[in-house]
Structure formats: structure tokens, C-alpha cells
Design a binder for this molecule. Sequence first.
Ligand code: URA
Length: 201
Amino acid sequence: MVLAEIAEEVKKCTLCELFRTATNAVPGEGNPEARVMFIGEAPGWHEDKQGKPFVGNSGKFLTELIESAGLERDDVFITNIVKHRPPGNRDPLPDEIAACAGYLERQIAAIDPDVIVTLGRHSMNRYFPGERISKIHGKPKRFGTRLVVPMYHPAAALHNGSLRSTIEDDFKQLPRFLAEQDTERDKRRQEEERPEQGTLF
Ligand code: URA
């Protein structure tokens, strides 16, 4: 399976220096056929210890948010922009993000999600460089067949009353984005099935 192969490569990765200080790589986990994929920033202390994404306090909150949208954590795929923990939880550096980008691209291609949710600034920058999260959070943008929705990072929203209700409201829109994707897929299918004009005679 492609995702398992990528995970094995990530575990052996030496493309940047982060592997030197990390305990475990955190390739990501979830449904290989997920319709929704979440991209966070980088593993923290708990994730580094367990080799799994979003398992600390912000992970618990993320699970609650996923469930508030009528989904289960097992339905979705969760990963990060950087797969090894930056020491002391510092921000990932641009060359670390660049070194890790190939893994993320291959995970996205393998899963082929309908909706990508970026969590926080660093993963937002991959799709919306130069934008401000306070302005564009919760607003989906189409990239080919996918919708990409920037959202606040759960760790930032967890202890901030107004951001917390903002991220809760943004998550509640997910079913609507999935329904929009169903409609778009039906339209594409109908167009594929329609005979080209002029070929009937
Ligand atoms: N924060 C992240 O961005 N990712 C994790 O996996 C955990 C905390």
C-alpha cells in the first residue's frame, strides 16, 4: 500500500536535521480513502513519543471538532506539514518544510481527498501564501477537483474563547463542503457521459 510505503520512508528520513533530535517520526494516520484530510504543523511532545499525529490536548480537541462535523476520527486522514518534531516545539523552518513536501504531496495523491483542511499558518501557507488566517479561515478555495479550507490551529483556539467558537463554527461547515463536492462530482460525471456535440451525425 502506497501510504505504508511513504510511512516507512518517513521513518528512515534524513532529508533535514530534525530526525537527529526526534524520538519517532510521525508520518500521519487515518483512512486511506478519506474524503477529508487534515494538515497540521509538526509533531509536538506527545506525538514525538507515540509516533502518531494530534494525540495531546490539541489532538483531543481536534477529535471533538471532527465529531462535531458528524465525522469520526477514523474516517479522516491526519498528518502534518513536517513529520519530525522540531526541538522545543519551535516553528518548522522553511528548508525543513521544503524537505518534507514530497511526502505530503505523495500522501495527498494517494488519498485523493475531496476536502483538505489546513490547520494553522504553516500549512495554510502551502495553499494561500501571504494570506492572513484571520481573514480567510473557514473559506474554501477550489484547487482542481479539491476544496482547500484554511482553519485556525486547534492549539491556538483551545484556550482562546473567541477563536474557539470561530473554529467550532468553521468545522460545522464541513458537511456542506462535502455536499458541494458530491454535486461537483455528479456534474463532472454527467459531462463525461454526454456525447460530444456533432459526433452523432
Ligand atoms: N500540533 C500539530 O500541528 N500537529 C500535531 O500532530 C500535534 C500538534
